[in-house]
Ligand binder design. Sequence first.
Ligand code: DGT
Length: 186
Amino acid sequence: MICLCSASESRAYLLEKFGIEFEQKSVDFNEDQIVTDVAKDFVYLASKGKLQAAEKRYGSDIPLLTADSVIATAEGEILRKPKNREDARRILSLQSGSCISIISSVHFKTKAFLFTNTSATHYHFAKFDVDDLEAYLESELWQGKAGGCMVEGFCKKYIKSVDGYESTAMGLQVEALLPWIEWVKQ
Ligand SMILES: Nc1nc2c(ncn2[C@H]2C[C@H](O)[C@@H](COP(=O)(O)OP(=O)(O)OP(=O)(O)O)O2)c(=O)[nH]1
């Protein structure tokens, strides 16, 4: 059993999809305190900060798993979760017809080891249909997602090319974690 220290439905879905037994508890960490404009450093520091907060709150008797994800545009702008529908429209419009990277960092800590991994999945999207984008904004499915993005949903039909795991793009590179989770089961 491991503890997914995250409020993320996407991360819980991914662990369930891979048949990993877990409990889920949220963790409070203010990502606004992170001062960097480098996306891979942002997610690493956020994931690390969440782990430290989780250790303080839950102790370390059970293996703790934390993660953070952002989108980086081709220009290097970091896109986090949209604040509102207008922000979602702005952020998604930046991704329309563009190349982006979804970067996820994980920290997985047990009594025996600390595993960290920062991975990216790179997408080239076709231009989003305006009416389709408005319908997606209306659906509010973009809420709580880095860049308002759903690679398995709204964005899927616009994918012209992809390089990397879909799981990384959805917020948790389970494939990289699996050997370490198996080790814990021994
Ligand atoms: N279903 C789906 N979720 C995505 C996708 N891209 C990013 N996400 C989700 C994963 C995370 O829940 C969220 C990124 O926000 P954070 O890394 O700050 O995590 P979140 O605040 O959701 O939960 P946490 O901080 O771990 O309690 O976006 C995607 O393409 N599909």
